[in-house]
Design a protein around this ligand. Structure first.
Ligand SMILES: Cc1ncc(COP(=O)(O)O)c(C=O)c1O
Ligand SMILES: [Zn+2]
Length: 515
């Protein structure tokens, strides 16, 4: 009896595999899924059967190429017995075919261990054996060394190389959803739960974040085609609520009871709100010059707020130290991998609101890059799923007094250098060295993006302009995106007929002293 694994094809990046019994009268091919424990039991039986009956031949044979794939699956199996058996047969195979272990590890990450069986290309009987997982969340992957991790404990950066972690969504599982599964009612971003990194049966910690309007604006009358995604309508007045709702939901599931984060103010308010709802103790570190209302609101929502001398980088060091010494979870930007997908739901909503079309451009004010990375990830997924035809180009806007991303991008760099003396009225964009600098640049390059700077004077003017003409009250960090529009038009970077969505990231109600 000779069994071998055979890989058939790639389906949305996942491998379609078969267990092949070539000794059967007609070759038997059994579809292979990492989600089918029964198959592992079957494999186990075969191994045992071969062991007790030497005449039966070598039992399992793994085709060499599939060893890393198989190992990746082993890592996902939670049944100890099965795991032991598979490890054993795997090491036997390795002993016979010595393989360079590091090469092997690289292969594991290249194959992406989120193996799953697609029903494409299977016959009816095979298809009926399958149980398609309804959740797409598989785990976390390092953006640097590409190792895969399960998030059984509250995760932060890569244990091996300190790289930032991204969540891995199984697009094969997502492909079993259709736009029609979304329903007509949109009470919050959780309508798109299947695109979010949570497990089955999750009850979200939600205050109705997301499901914000997409409406035309008059302020820039040269163009007929400018829409605003009005994120000021969120529970604490900013898009940060999306990231915080998602992060707190997952962290509460993982048993976090105390968290800390650095913020310029808005993320602090959002985490204070959702932490309070989930019964998590929230500690916010803010630069001393944070807007008063942001400090007040965070405190009112029962967060413990600490003012820090210096920039958000200094606040970040304080939050990290506090987390280290007290065991609090560090929920700062990209130290936790659970915020960007929440903001990514803006991309999902925008496409749905445009009748499952993508706009030509998204104009976004970049600070830590959470929204840019999250949205770009979702636009790519939607296109691969075939829900949208095209992807937008991303326009990254930063203030002249702190524009590390814009400079790096326009100079063709792959890393963001630190900005020495940040000075701007757009406090949410005063991030001298974003942790995810190279990730932001990668997204911009992939989108054939544009990066430009605006002055504080232009930001202030734009803030007054949209308030007067469109009744849209935004804070300076958000106004930066609007300030970019006339520049994009006059330089010809964007045609006046192009469809443009500007993200109004935060309400001016928390920054009245700056209006
Ligand atoms: C109002 C506002 N807009 C934009 C940003 C930048 O967001 P991101 O970190 O997603 O780049 C922030 C961040 O604090 C903000 O508060
Ligand atoms: Zn790593």
């Amino acid at each position: 009896m000779v069994y071998a694994f055979e890989s058939a094809s790639f389906v949305f990046g996942a491998r379609l595999c078969y267990l092949v019994d070539s000794s059967a009268p007609s070759v038997r091919r059994i579809p292979f899924s990492s989600h089918q424990l029964s198959l592992f039991k079957f494999v186990q039986e075969r191994i045992q059967c071969a062991g007790s009956n030497p005449g039966a031949g070598p039992g399992l044979q793994f085709s060499h190429e599939l060893i890393p794939v198989f190992r990746a699956i082993v890592e996902q199996v939670e049944d100890e017995e099965v795991e032991k058996t598979l490890h054993h047969s795997l090491s036997n195979d390795l002993a016979q075919n010595p393989t360079n272990i590091s090469k092997y590890d690289i292969l594991v990450s290249r194959y992406k261990p989120h193996l799953n069986l697609s029903d494409k290309g299977l016959n009816k009987a095979e298809r009926s054996q399958l149980k398609i997982p309804k959740r797409s969340y598989l785990g976390l992957q390092c953006t640097e060394c590409h190792r895969f991790f399960q998030d059984r404990t509250p995760p932060s950066r890569c244990e091996k190389c300190q790289g930032l972690l991204d969540t891995v969504l199984d697009e094969d599982a997502l492909s079993h959803y259709s736009k029609h599964d979304l329903g007509n009612t949109a009470h919050s971003m959780w309508k798109f739960h299947m695109f979010l990194p949570v497990r089955a049966g999750t009850i979200p910690v939600t205050a109705g974040e997301g499901a914000t309007p997409l409406r035309p604006i008059r302020s820039y009358s040269r163009s007929r085609n400018i829409l605003v995604k009005d994120e000021t309508r969120n529970p604490t007045g900013t898009f940060k609520d999306r990231g915080a709702s998602l992060a707190v939901t997952r962290l509460a599931q993982l048993g976090v009871g105390k968290l800390a984060l650095a913020s310029e103010g808005n993320a602090g308010c959002s985490f204070a709100l959702y932490s309070q709802m989930a019964g998590i103790r929230c500690n916010v570190y803010l630069p001393n010059d944070a807007n008063v209302a942001k400090v007040e609101l965070s405190s009112k929502l029962e967060a413990h707020v600490t003012g820090v001398h210096g920039t958000i980088s200094d606040a970040g060091r304080n939050a990290a130290k506090f987390a280290e010494t007290t065991g609090a979870y560090n929920a700062s930007t990209f130290v936790t991998p659970f915020r960007h997908d929440g903001k990514g739901t803006m991309a999902l909503e925008i496409c749905e609101q445009l009748g499952w079309e993508s706009p030509d451009y998204i104009v976004y004010p970049v600070g830590g890059g959470v929204g840019l990375i999250g949205m770009w990830k979702m636009f790519k997924i939607l296109q691969r799923l075939g829900w949208i035809r095209n992807r937008p180009r991303i326009v990254a806007v930063q203030p002249r007094g702190c524009a590390p991303v814009v400079d790096a991008y326009n100079k063709g760099r792959t890393e963001v250098a630190g900005w020495k003396t940040p000075k701007t009225i757009a406090k949410g964009l005063k991030i001298p060295k974003p942790l995810a600098g190279s990730w932001i640049l990668k997204c911009l390059r992939e989108s054939r993006g544009i990066a430009l700077k605006v002055s504080d004077v232009e930001i202030h003017k734009a803030m007054l302009n949209v308030a007067k003409q469109d009744g849209l009250l935004v804070e300076p960090s958000s106004a930066a995106a609007f300030a970019a529009i006339p520049k994009l038009h006059t330089t010809g970077a964007i045609d006046t007929n192009d469809s443009v969505v500007v993200i109004a990231t935060g309400s001016g109600l928390k920054t009245l002293e700056q209006s």
